[in-house]
Design a protein. Structure first.
Length: 438
């Protein structure tokens, strides 16, 4: 599992962070070595103890333990990892707290130690803590058979220079087959008998006529691809000139591209807005399902906790009843029976504790599975939305590049943006009651 730890102060802020309600489930699993039995009081106690030292400000060591997303890790494995880190850093026996968090189908843990040695009133030094945690993290991945992240196996592979980007690919091309393109032009030529009819027929098929740079008569599709009209319609250039007239009267390729852009950009913005509304509706639906799922899981966990508490009370009472009182109890102590009963009770209490932990882990693993299913469904939909949004943004950018670049318009737009930015800065500094001079 990934281990992230650091020395820090701010006990109240850390307690608030560990107990924040944005997590779907929060469990304070253990508070050890503190006089207070609540998390905030315990961490504040560590702060109060640090005031007795000379200059220790980072009196806590906070550690987060994040197992792989697809793995179910029990409480015992978390505790074993925390114990190993504790020994590695020299924090054995120090007061600590353990908190479990669950969010989006993932379970992770936080451990917080007090660095103050109460006997010597000094902070325990934590040299090379990051390297030690990295070593423990690698050991945990190997021992559990988890797939180790490449960045953890080899730190050089974290370098972004080694990454590849799919965005830097060649611009997408039209998906029509050449035979289908020829059919479009030949059909448009066959059903038209004039310039206006031919232009209209091609526009119905997604093409616009233009004046080519090398070829006299060309047509452009919505993707900016240029086609020779005589070649695609399989007619002579003279016949095309007779029907369409002088090619000099036709708009240029750049002008036709700008016309396509002018028509398509508003359409893309409408598609983008519609896509955003559909995604927000889907997010609302998923959030509603998530809230219902979390509430149901909380009820099931509370029911299990209540059941275990009742059973513990009965079992404790049963084990306590084995001890006899009065002269019989005195005789049991002399004969060693009292000690045998005590050992039996301790064994049964430990077995009961392990049984209840396993029951709780099974329930939590089941809850994590259900939550992960919902999260995978949402992330898949989100990935599709992001891909579609990026595709739309690329198309908008492509068509914007085909628009004529009016330097005066760009200069005026830049001036307006600067004035708007200046007005916002003035409003922030002078307050909402400021009225600009006119």
């Amino acid at each position: 599992m990934i281990l992230n730890g650091s020395q820090r102060g701010g006990s109240s802020n850390l307690a608030a962070h560990l107990l924040k309600e944005e997590n779907e489930h929060v469990e304070v699993h253990e508070i050890r070595g503190f006089a207070c039995d609540d998390l905030k009081g315990a961490l504040n106690e560590a702060y109060a103890l640090s005031r007795g030292t000379k200059r220790c400000k980072q009196f806590l060591f906070s550690l987060s333990l994040n197992p792989p997303r697809e793995e179910n890790v029990g409480v015992a494995d978390f505790e074993a990892a925390i114990e190993r880190i504790e020994r590695k850093l020299g924090l054995t026996g120090q007061p600590r707290a353990i908190v479990f968090h669950e969010k989006e189908g993932r379970r992770h843990a936080h451990a917080v130690w007090s660095r103050i040695n109460a006997e010597e009133m000094k902070a325990i030094p934590l040299s090379y803590s990051k390297l030690k945690m990295r070593d423990v993290s690698r050991e945990l991945y190997r021992e559990h058979g988890w797939k180790m992240p490449r960045g953890l196996a080899n730190s050089q592979e974290r370098n972004p220079k080694n990454f590849t980007f799919s965005e830097w690919q060649q611009a997408k091309r039209i998906g029509k087959k050449p035979t289908a393109i020829k059919t479009d032009f030949q059909d448009a030529w066959a059903i038209s008998d004039s310039k206006a009819a031919f232009i209209h027929a091609l526009e119905e098929r997604g093409y616009k006529i233009a004046r080519g740079d090398r070829r006299g008569f060309v047509a452009l599709d919505i993707h900016g691809e240029v086609y020779s009209i005589p070649r695609q319609a399989n007619v002579k250039t003279r016949a095309v000139r007779e029907r369409l007239g002088d090619e000099k009267e036709l708009p240029s390729v750049d002008e036709v591209k700008a016309q396509f852009a002018k028509e398509m950009i508003p359409a893309f913005w409408r598609m983008k807005e519609l896509q955003g509304r559909e995604y927000q509706s889907y997010k609302t639906l998923v959030e509603s399902r998530r809230e219902r799922l979390v509430k149901r899981q909380q009820r099931e966990r509370k029911a299990l906790s209540d059941k275990q508490t009742q059973r513990q009370a009965v079992e404790i009472k049963t084990r306590q009843a084995r001890f006899r009182s009065g002269l019989k109890g005195f005789w049991d102590r002399l004969s060693g029976q009292h000690k045998r009963i005590q050992k039996r009770n301790e064994l049964e209490a430990y077995e009961a504790l392990m049984r209840e932990r396993q029951q709780k882990d099974r329930l939590i693993f089941e809850h994590l599975t259900h939550r992960q299913q919902l999260q995978r469904m949402f992330m898949q939909e989100r990935g599709e939305f992001i891909a579609q949004r990026r595709s739309l943004c690329r198309d908008i950018k492509q068509y914007r590049s085909q628009m004529p670049k009016d330097r005066a318009a760009l200069r005026d737009s830049s001036v307006r943006q600067h004035q708007h930015k200046t007005a916002k800065q003035t409003l922030r500094t002078r307050g909402p009651d400021f009225t600009p001079e006119r």
